[in-house]
Design a protein around this ligand. Structure first.
Ligand code: ATP
Ligand code: MG
Length: 1033
């Protein structure tokens, strides 16, 4: 077990556990994080996890030795930089559990030991964070584990990506597409019991949340020849055996099939109907279920099975030969079944299987086929039917996987390419030619993109790029695909040209056109030594991965097509088959070009699969076979490119964190800039300038030995720290616990805050509803906050009318509160006032009643307090006081009296007693007006102080009304009104006042506004009073 084994090798020091916790990293189940660097100290036994760390990186032997060490320890994955090399373990390793998936989720690629999940996760995160489409290219030879790897990737996404009901359906369909495609496209071969006989590129589409929402599959080059022929020890496609073994009795009866594969010609060629590693019956159930998950209706499944059965029936059609040599069909039952299953006329089918159409000089003629031709025609039909059914199946799966929702139009994509690796056999046919051409293209793409990404990283880090020498295989790709001059074009031309074209003419043409090419040779062109190992009908291509001889005859033998046109009939059978292959090759070239376009538009990751032995055995490491694959996968070239500059690179933070204990300045922590910390550290470690470079965010180390020395120093340091570290570690434990508690508290507070916000928003939405659970919190909060605001902003005085605006729900409550508060404030105010002040206010109230909004100088009088009297005892003549006797004097004020004749102004005193108003001139009581006799008081509406006390005319004691002027008019008249109880007898006049002068004569006082106060007799005999305007009305 990969991680389990390393666990045993890694020192589980308390300090490292604590350090990891302290760093907040995720810890494995057993408490230890398996980091890339952790395993470095065990490199002698388990090898290095990244080939770039091989000291002798150009040595193939060192490369293979590293693979062997790891394979022995069940460590099947190793990196070359970002490329994952995977060796098929041929046994179940406990490294694909859900726990393992979790362990690789969201982790930096280089932090953990190599795994297919690390590659999957890295692609996924790049797609999410950089919004760039990704692709994972999986290659390797048959049985190396490509399909298993692609399934593991798919499972990883199915388990770790976000889910919803809709997404679950898509995930199911994506996963279930595998058993269906494998049933129809995989077969048991000598190399692999479940060999994919087609190339597959699958797009997984993700929405903006990172959930898989759809998919699309492209298929390449299905090996149709397998339908009619299998080599010894091999089988036809799985579906035939699954149907026969697992199909229900009724179904088989309807399809006219027997439960015995030996009955079918197309299933007996390999003499291998049963395979111990395969359970056809249970696989049948899986496929049937998968078909319904994907969305095949019962009718569609029935049609599909009709066609599969009809291929078996076609295979059982047998021919007899007439004397003339013409073929006729001897198995009429098969025709009967075929007619029913395919829905065609039996006779027409029969004729089609025994005759060919020839178009000669525009006329269509039918000509009988001989035995050999008729068998070929039957097989060609079977292959075509199966091939088209497979294409239909893929299209149907695509419809089921297609994302339906418009909003997913901008989905991000991860593509998985599971395609045959480089193949080289004793006899290599055109099939190998196409496969190897495909690998040339993939290698070209790989080298270009790897170099580019290396260059990009150097540029981003500000490190000078040193050009790398590498084998550019564009020259071979051009040799195959170039227009007019490429091998495919030459084939094209040769096939279509009139005259007798044959294998020899094709080879000759090849020799004439591209004979001088450095990467092509033929038997004729080559030197004696090579000629010995080359057949006459072979041409040799010098691929990037090695030399391969292609035998054109091999193609003929495996797929001989029926002849169907006169022009083609003239050609040899060999070239005819080539022509068909050519079509396939041209088609393949076109679809490959499209594939390259798709891949170029994405960011690639690579998985290179290696098969450890041909016996499919666990634990066997066949060095010859592996060396062969290392060569054909171009792994040494990959390594060379990746190691061109620096073997190791890490972010400053990671590097410093790991090695800080090796330098007193950086231990236990570095406070300055990370780059300075790393610089200090490596200087202390004695790194030579040529050994490393410091980029913008990473350190680059050129040689693995530098890193190993540092790693070993760390190991020694851990021991020497010993005791001290354990004390430190205790402190760190306490620290870590405390930090943990704080973090928990913070998290809880954050959670509560989020809940409050959520409840608040909901409450806001429902705020106009009746009180309900949704708005309860919000309404309570609004109430609370209004009351708090009110508390802060209550009016301070009874005159302050301000009041915070209440929320709608609290309008009524607010109004009631306001009244209550005001009453309370008034009550409190009243309680606080003394008798004098009360008296003062009562007088002010009377003044207000009389003058408010009526007399111009009233507002100015409001803030001025009324006094008890304006003249004290000394200012009033004692004689006057004496004559008043016991009468109590309530108020005295100096006034100006205007004579009735001539309106002369005379200074007087106005005394208010309990019974009368008295006008005094020094010691003389000039006039006494009993309150009972006071008829009324007149005053103007202007700002003057003139007023008239009206007395009855018939009162002989009085000499008429009195015209007076007071400087405190409001106060004086209020006092008069109170003393005389004449509040309602004060008349405020607008223009003039008429008064009686005695003996029935009347006087008039005219009031006008002016700039200043002026009281004088006017020409018309009236008393004219001009008063300044104080308040604009
Ligand atoms: N990671 C693995 N763990 C365990 N067994 C594996 C693993 N990978 C591959 N195998 C075994 O190897 C067999 C062949 O693998 P797979 O079918 O993936 O090969 P392939 O490269 O797709 O070959 P082909 O090109 O023929 O399709 C599998 O059926 C399985 O038994
Ligand atoms: Mg496969």
């Amino acid at each position: 077990m990969d991680l389990g084994n390393i666990c045993g090798l890694v020192r589980k020091t308390q300090a490292s556990i604590v350090e990891n916790r302290f760093l907040g990293k995720r810890i494995d189940d057993d408490g230890v994080r398996i980091t890339m660097e952790s395993a470095l100290t065990a490199r002698d036994r388990v090898g290095v996890q990244d080939f770039v760390l091989l000291e002798n990186h150009t040595s193939e032997a060192a490369f293979i030795e590293n693979l062997r060490k790891r394979f022995k320890e069940n460590l099947i994955y190793t990196y070359i930089g970002s490329v994952l090399v995977s060796v098929n373990p041929y046994k179940d390793l406990e490294i694909y559990t859900k726990n393992h998936m979790e362990r690789y989720r969201g982790i930096n690629f280089y932090e953990v030991s190599p795994h297919i999940y690390a590659v999957s996760d890295n692609s996924y995160r790049s797609m999410r964070t950089e919004r760039r489409d990704q692709c994972i290219l999986i290659s390797g030879e048959s049985g190396a584990g490509k399909t298993e790897a692609s399934k593991k990737i798919l499972q990883y996404y199915a388990v770790t990506c976000p889910a919803s009901d809709q997404v679950e359906t898509v995930k199911d369909r994506l996963l279930q597409s595998n058993p269906v495609l494998e049933a129809f496209g995989n077969a048991k071969t000598l190399r692999n019991d479940n060999s994919s006989r087609f190339g597959k590129y699958m797009d997984i589409q993700f929405d903006f949340k990172g959930a898989p929402v759809g998919g699309h599959i492209l298929n390449y080059l299905l090996e149709k020849s397998r339908v009619v022929h299998q080599n010894h020890g091999e089988r036809n496609f799985h579906i035939f055996y699954q149907l026969i073994e697992g199909g229900e009795e009724d179904l088989l009866r309807r399809l006219g099939l027997e439960r015995n594969p030996q009955q079918y010609q197309y299933l007996v060629k390999g003499n291998c109907p049963k395979v111990s590693s395969i359970n056809d019956r249970s696989d049948w159930k899986v496929v049937r279920k998968a078909l319904s998950v994907i969305g095949f209706s019962e009718d569609e499944v029935e049609e599909l099975l009709n066609i599969i059965a009809s291929v078996l029936h076609l295979g059982n059609i047998q021919y007899g030969g007439e004397d003339s040599g013409n073929a006729y069909i001897t198995t009429d039952t098969q025709i009967k079944y075929l007619a029913r299953l395919l829905g065609v006329d039996g006779l027409v089918l029969k004729e089609a299987l025994t005759h060919k159409k020839i178009i000669a000089k525009g006329e269509e003629l039918k000509s009988p086929l001989n035995l050999e031709q008729a068998s070929s025609a039957r097989d060609a039909l079977s292959k075509a039917v199966y091939g088209r059914t497979f294409t239909w199946l893929v299209n149907k799966i695509n419809v089921s996987l297609a994302y339906k929702d418009e909003t997913y139009k901008n989905a991000s994509v991860i593509g998985l390419l599971d395609i045959y690796g480089f193949e080289v056999f004793q006899h290599n046919s055109f099939e190998q030619f196409c496969i190897n051409y495909c690998n040339e293209k993939l290698q070209q793409l790989f080298i270009e993109l790897t170099l580019k990404s290396e260059q990009d990283e150097y540029e981003a880090e500000g490190i000078t790029w040193e050009p790398v020498q590498y084998f550019n295989n564009k020259i071979i790709c051009d040799l195959v695909e170039e227009k007019f001059k490429g091998i495919i074009s030459i084939l094209d031309e040769e096939c279509l040209r009139p005259g007798d074209a044959s294998d020899i003419t094709f080879l000759e043409k090849l020799e004439n056109t591209v004979g001088g090419h450095a990467h092509l040779t033929t038997h004729k062109l080559t030197d004696g030594k090579t000629r010995k190992v080359m057949g006459r009908e072979e041409f040799r291509l010098l691929h990037y991965a090695g030399e391969v001889n292609y035998n054109v005859n091999g193609v003929l033998a495996s797929s001989r097509p029926p002849c169907s046109s006169t022009s083609l009939a003239r050609c040899s059978l060999f070239l005819l088959s080539l022509c068909l292959c050519l079509q396939a090759a041209t088609q393949f070239k076109t679809s490959l070009a499209k594939l390259m376009e798709i891949l170029m538009s994405k960011e690639p990751s690579y998985v290179r699969c290696i098969k450890p032995n041909d016996a499919k055995q666990a634990g066997r490491f066949d060095e010859v076979l592996i060396r062969h694959q290392v060569k054909y996968l171009g792994l040494m070239e990959n390594l060379r490119v990746r190691r061109a500059g620096f073997a190791y690179r890490r972010h400053y933070e990671t590097f410093l964190q790991r090695y800080k204990s090796l330098c007193p300045e950086t231990w236990p922590s570095w406070q300055g800039k990370l780059a300075d910390g790393v610089s200090t550290l490596v200087k202390h470690l004695g790194y030579k300038p040529e050994e490393y470079k410091l980029g913008r965010s990473k350190i680059f180390i050129r040689f693995p030995k530098t890193l190993f020395a540092t790693e070993d120093a760390l190991e020694t340091r851990k021991h020497s720290l010993g005791e001290r570290e354990s004390h430190v570690s205790h402190a760190v434990v306490v620290q870590a616990w405390w930090k943990g508690i704080l973090a928990c508290r913070r998290a809880r507070r954050r959670r509560e805050a989020a809940n409050t916000i959520r409840r608040f928003i909901k409450g806001f939405i429902y705020r106009h509803n009746e009180r309900c659970p949704e708005n309860e919190y919000f309404l309570d909060y609004v109430r609370y906050s209004f009351l708090m605001k009110l508390r802060r902003n209550l009016p301070k005085t009874v005159l302050d009318k301000s009041w915070p605006t209440p929320p709608t729900a609290l309008i009524e409550a607010s109004e009631r509160l306001r009244k209550l508060y005001m009453q309370n404030m008034v009550w409190g105010y009243c309680k606080r006032i003394n008798p004098e002040w009360k008296h003062q206010l009562e007088q002010k109230m009377v003044a207000s009643e009389i003058f408010k909004n009526k007399k111009d100088n009233y507002p100015q009088s409001v803030p001025k307090l009324f006094v008890g009297t304006r003249l004290n005892g000394e200012e009033i003549n004692p004689k006057v006081l004496q004559s008043l006797g016991s009468e109590k004097m309530k108020y005295a004020v100096p006034v100006t009296k205007y004579d009735r004749k001539g309106y002369k102004a005379r200074p007087r005193q106005l005394l208010l007693t309990s019974n009368s108003a008295v006008i005094v001139e020094e010691a003389k009581l000039k006039q006494r007006i009993d309150y009972a006799a006071l008829k009324g008081i007149s005053v103007s509406s202007l700002s003057d102080g003139v007023f008239v006390l009206h007395v009855p005319t018939e009162d002989k004691k009085q000499k008429g009304d009195v015209v007076l002027q007071s400087d405190h008019i409001i106060e004086t008249l209020t006092k008069v009104a109170i003393c005389a109880d004449k509040v309602n007898s004060i008349n405020i006049n607008q223009g003039s006042i008429t008064f009686t002068m005695g003996q029935g004569r009347e006087g008039i006082i005219d009031f006008t506004s002016g700039s200043e106060l002026l009281v004088a007799k006017a020409k018309n005999g009236h008393l004219s009073v001009t008063a300044p305007r104080l308040n604009s009305r």
